[in-house]
Design a protein around this ligand. Sequence first.
Ligand code: ARG
Ligand code: ZN
Length: 465
Amino acid sequence: MSALLVGALTACSPHGGSARSSAAASAPPAVGATSVGDSYVPGDGNGGYDVQHYALDLRITPKGTPELAGTATVTAVATSPLSRFDLDLTGLTVSEVTVDGRTASYSRTGSELAVTPATPIARGGRFAVRIRYSGNPGQVDDPALGRYGWISTSDGVFTGDEPSGAHTWFPSNDHPADKASFDFRLTVPRGLTAIANGIQTKAATSGNSTTYTWREDAPMATYLAMVDVGRFKVRTGRTPGGVPVYAAVDPAVTTTTADKLYTTTAQVVDAWSKLFGPYPFASTGGVIDDLRVGFALETQTKPEYNPTMGADPTTVAHELAHQWFGDSVTITRWSDIWLNEGFATYAEWLWGERTGTGPSVQTQFDQRYRQVDSPDLWSVPTAAPGRSQLFGRAVYERGGMTLHALRQKVGDAKFFAILRAWTSEHRHGNATTPQFIALAEKVSGKDLGRFFQVWLYGKTRPTSW
Ligand code: ARG
Ligand code: ZN
């Protein structure tokens, strides 16, 4: 919903300045920035508007030609006057673009789709841009981050998009600073199931196809949007605490079952709701598809796990902690990724301690603190890790250690009060590391400047704090 970065990072973005200055004069035409200016994801995001909603109406034919065809309708509010604006989109063929029902002209350069509406949009104006497109999305092969994005499975396709995969399959303002609600209308060959975020509203078969509709009303970052198509064994119900659950496992997966995923998910969601504050969304669940990717992903309401992890409770505890830390309270820039991964790692440690399935949190801390010669922990600053270390040990493990050190410094009561204030003050919003530091200082009544300096920004192992 919020396009916080557009103001904050205008200086780094080539066209941000012109969009803003031309807002004052009536000419030259106002062009939305082509990037949000986040150096960790060059080119991602855009300026000049704030997306409210994505409606994705897609026909997905696994291994078909094309594999993907349909329309994306992006409803947005202009934050400056716009005679032209960009969306992010890689590959695929665009066949038509309309703005508020009128044909718009468009051009493609790299991963940008530039749209020129028939008449300029006034600042504050709400508009709907509809893109008709098709093609075979390519998976992302990133030298630093691995293989992700649109990935073929044995019987369908799976999407896992963090950080920059969303715009390989739908035109978007692809940056977590701009969250929006989503609805999905997914048409797939009869016999296959199509899963997406949120709540399933319908499934109807006609001829050789079935159309599934899903809806996520809470604001969602683009990298958390998912579709997963294939054969699934599904178990639905409610957690004892009352949250609707949808757990799906590909029958080709032999490491676990839908029942196991369902039960573990329900247990973790209720436990974290007590500790971190009310569950932020209208539904929960999870999906395990038959594929080889190296990661699990906290896709909103329905995390994705790979078959190797199965429904391992530690991993489920991690991905479901992200529903609070990452999905509801979302980063504003990728350098703050420890606000997701450090917190989710800490949650894993808490889960292990509580259930007796892992060492104590203190032991987790001590084991790592003893690793004096680990440059990946100590010479990479946790809150400024650089793109290649986005998913590295300094973010996950030193991030978790930072939280444990904070807990020791302020005491249990204040520590958990900080976590709950964080999830409630920024619920469904965006936040930054300086905001977390300010909140920790406010709740604890302590000056924590030096503490966070050594733990989050230092390039050496903290020795006193
Ligand atoms: N956020 C995921 C987790 O829970 C990791 C995603 C890694 N992404 C990637 N492209 N390798 O840990
Ligand atoms: Zn994570």
